[in-house]
Design a binder for this molecule. Sequence first.
Ligand SMILES: C[S@@+](CC[C@H](N)C(=O)[O-])C[C@H]1O[C@@H](n2cnc3c(N)ncnc32)[C@H](O)[C@@H]1O
Length: 211
Amino acid sequence: MKAALRPLSPWLVPELRLWLLPPEAPWWHATEPEALGMPYWAFAWPGGQVLARFLFDHPEWVRGRRVLDFGCGGALEGVAAAKLGAASVLCADLDAEACALAQRNAELNGVQLEVTTAELLRAPAGAFDVILAGDVCYSVELAAQVLPWLRGSTAEVLVGDPLRVPGALGDAARLATYAASFDGDPRGLTLWPTHVLRLGAAHTARPASSS
Ligand SMILES: C[S@@+](CC[C@H](N)C(=O)[O-])C[C@H]1O[C@@H](n2cnc3c(N)ncnc32)[C@H](O)[C@@H]1O
């Protein structure tokens, strides 16, 4: 799979290039059981696309801040935050191959970030100003684990999500909605309304724009 990746811009984020599956890759024509075996890091998921788009449109959310990209996959959101001047970026994914690709994607875009495969859900989130969580509510079970942990954080939490689990994010404030390409298809043949959501009451004031 890794050999098939090519440097491509995610559908909503022409400012960046990531190692992604190109349109000609046979996996885009896979049947559902085959598709279920695909590694998540080979795609720029709709939730990640909208978070990165939102950050490029509103860089004050991450500029000069300590950022965690939780469930980073290929780290589209983390790379965007680093590019936009975050003070530090930690990208977390249980999948070591995702973390390796996150580093390759950082190099491709000339930025630096840290990675970890640690299970962060076992303890309160560390010292971060902003947590980015792109498309990490893709099952009822995962949403039930991740959302209480995110809600318990003292950081500002931005979630990018196409609302795959009905009701899971009903309490979140909607900051923006974009048409993102279905599960990262670089051709944008099918577009999904996908949202940038702010979890819970703000623990910190919305950052003032310095631009
Ligand atoms: C659908 S992918 C989204 C990747 C990326 N954020 C994006 O939007 O393109 C979800 C990712 O969450 C990761 N993940 C699932 N549970 C996790 C956990 N407890 N801690 C860290 N990562 C996790 C998976 O390995 C997968 O790479």
